[in-house]
Design a protein around this ligand. Structure first.
Ligand code: 1CP
Length: 373
């Protein structure tokens, strides 16, 4: 098994890690959230004979699926193939991942009594398959591996709702109606998240991303009161590991400053906030990741290229920009388009505070083409 410190030293000067630290480097690094998965025929082929859980629980398969997008796209970082609910699933919370739906929880958490079912995570005993996947990957990869976990709020939303939700009504009802139980739940989930992330780094992950995918459902006041302290505790508990901490959520334009303040080294921005506006909302010294609209990847190449350039222009050649989508790769995306995006970002992206003359931001007030004619 590779020594995790040796692995990290090997990647320390990679564009991705240098960008996360805001240090000078040559090419703009790029990776895609959900880069492994249904957009790739080679993933669908494995899934034809193995359930999602089987893949995650079999280190050789999980490692293979993690490597597939690196081979296809040439992305600058790999992200472990697992799920944000994997730790609570391993703790016996009755979680299944249903195709086309997502995580479903048999007996949701609704009362203080339900909290007893959630015990602390012992990663080596509870999720050895995740850690063994990390070990295989750091031996094989030429690029850094990103470990990840769901943030307490987003994992809580699945445990309380019982599955994916649009309104998070039950989650908010618990948060507002029984804050004591809410904070105890969040505390337990924060401890589970910390244990999971520390163990992934312990096996050689070079960076971590904390996915608070659904935090954007909250008013900033409620985020500050009911969520941020717990996410901050997670991020603080990783500080001594000296790996970049990326903090991401969808629809979080109004929360970006707070997500940075929670202790992120890099804040992920979804596609709804123009990258330059997102930048203005986070402190100097914190990096930025994003934020091409994932559905743009379904368009013809000329449109994709113009939108890639728009993101690069709004990034302004900053050395601390990591190019990504604003959320996950959509299943109907043509992998060839993603490969071309990587190539374009690598070719046209700059990191010295300048912008290539070919690269232009699109004016937001641009009228429809038919009106121009
Ligand atoms: O049928 C299948 O093959 C399963 C689909 C799938 C996949 C490919 C799920 C179920 N999870 C994953 C992998 C996954 N999930 C990864 C590793 C792959 C990669 O990124 O390349 C990661 C990082 C996640 C994280 C995850 N799971 C998040 C946070 C990221 C995000 O998209 O915001 C969330 C919210 C989940 C929950 C989840 N798991 C699966 C689905 C379909 C969902 C979303 C359900 C919903 O909409 O609420």
């Amino acid at each position: 098994m590779a020594d995790p410190d040796v692995v990290r030293a090997r990647h320390a000067d990679s564009p991705f890690l240098r960008a996360c630290r805001g240090e000078a480097h040559e090419t703009v690094p790029v990776w895609f959230m959900r880069q492994a998965g249904r957009a790739l025929a080679e993933y669908r082929e494995i899934r034809a004979t193995h359930s999602f859980e089987e893949v995650v629980h079999t280190p050789e398969l999980a490692a293979e699926v993690t490597l597939q997008p690196i081979r296809r796209y040439g992305t600058d970082a790999a992200i472990l193939f697992s799920d944000i609910v994997t730790p609570v699933q391993a703790l016996g919370m009755g979680v299944t991942i249903q195709p086309g739906v997502g995580p479903v929880v048999e007996e949701p958490i609704r009362t203080v009594g339900d909290l007893d079912r959630l015990r602390p995570l012992e990663p080596e005993a509870d999720v050895p398959f995740v850690l063994d996947t990390v070990s295989i990957l750091v031996d094989e990869l030429d690029v850094p591996l990103i470990g990840f976990a769901g943030a307490p709020f987003t994992v809580a939303s699945y445990l309380v709702e019982g599955g994916p939700s649009r309104s998070y009504t039950r989650t908010k009802a618990l948060m507002f109606g029984d804050p004591l139980t809410w904070h105890r739940l969040m505390d337990k989930l924060a401890d589970i998240t910390i244990a999971s992330l520390r163990a992934q780094v312990g096996r050689g992950a070079s960076a971590v991303q904390l996915f608070d995918s659904w935090a954007g459902a909250l008013h900033p006041l409620d985020y500050a009161r009911h969520v941020e302290p717990h996410s901050a505790r997670v991020l603080d508990a990783l500080a001594d590991l000296d790996v970049p901490r990326i903090h991401f959520g969808v629809n979080t334009g109004e929360l970006l400053g707070r997500m940075a303040a929670a202790g992120a080294d890099v804040v992920g921005v979804d596609w709804r906030t123009p990258l330059d506006e997102g930048r203005a909302r986070i402190p100097v010294g914190v990096g930025i990741q994003g934020n091409l609209e994932p559905a743009v990847c379904l368009a013809e190449w000329d449109e994709v290229a113009a939108r890639v350039d728009d993101v690069l222009a709004r990034a302004g050649g900053a050395p601390d920009h990591v190019f990504n989508l604003g959320h996950g790769v959509l299943p109907p995306t043509d992998p060839a388009i993603l490969a071309r995006i990587v190539e374009r970002v690598h070719t046209l992206g700059r990191t010295d505070g300048t912008v290539d003359e070919q690269v232009r931001p699109l004016p937001i007030e641009r009228r429809a083409a038919t009106e121009d004619a």
